[in-house]
Ligand binder design. Structure first.
Ligand code: NAG
Ligand code: CA
Length: 220
């Protein structure tokens, strides 16, 4: 009886040992999982923090860079405005006879040629006969031509009485371009007058084969 009684508890304790052993294994593996999860959390948190710091630094850099560029831009704008206000009202006369004024280069000839040849002189130099766009330019022409008669880029050679500048545009009606009584081509039995000169009172049409000085303009 005692033997059996002893055996049973032993068997029972064996079973218990086996069971508790299994518990220990299960506890250990779930602890490992917990530790792993905790480590993962820490790792993720670290990654998030590192990224946050990185992005913050980057955006701070960009903000600084942008502010620097804006400051530089303001400086350059000021410099440019200063320079252009220094240059704008000025007239620059180059040694080859070309004159810079208000975004155009002008050349007044000393030779005299007919309209076609005058125009050819200009186009061969990347310019064309002058186009008088406004009153101010008209005043400038008056000054540089000293009221001598000069060919301009205005003609009605294509369609009689349809006056066009050499760039195909029609004259600006906002100021008085022609001298009084002009253009008068064909009046009083005169010969055809298809090309316009500028002289003291304003523009006048003349026969294109007449020879005059001329003004080239290169709008730059
Ligand atoms: C202009 O002058 C050139 C050279 O003298 C001449 O060959 C040409 O026929 C003239 N053109 C006109 C329209 O008079
Ligand atoms: Ca012009």
């Amino acid at each position: 009886m005692n033997i059996y009684a002893n055996v049973d508890p032993i068997n029972g304790s064996d079973v218990r040992t086996w069971c508790s052993g299994s518990d220990t294994v299960r506890n250990r593996s779930s602890r490992a999982v917990l530790v792993c999860l905790a480590l993962l959390c820490v790792l993720l948190l670290t990654v998030v923090i590192v990224l946050c710091v990185h992005i913050k630094t980057k955006s701070t850099n960009y903000t600084e860079e942008r502010d620097e560029l804006l400051t530089r831009n303001t400086q350059l704008t000021k410099e440019r405005d200063g320079l252009s206000s220094m240059l704008k009202p000025k007239l620059v006369v180059f040694t080859d006879g070309w004159i810079y004024y208000k975004s155009s280069l002008y050349f007044i000839s000393s030779e005299k040629k007919n309209w076609t040849e005058s125009r050819r002189y200009c186009t061969e130099r990347g310019a064309d006969l002058i186009i008088i766009n406004n009153r101010e330019e008209q005043g400038f022409v008056k000054k540089i031509s000293a009221n001598v008669i000069v060919w301009t880029g205005l003609t009605d050679r294509d369609v009689e009485n349809t006056w066009k500048w050499v760039d195909g545009s029609t004259p600006n009606s906002g100021f008085r371009l022609w001298a009084s009584g002009e253009p008068n081509s064909g009046n009083y039995g005169r010969m055809d007058e298809d090309c316009a000169v500028n002289h003291e009172p304003g523009l006048a049409d003349y026969p294109c084969n007449r020879v005059f000085q001329w003004i080239c303009e290169d709008a730059i």
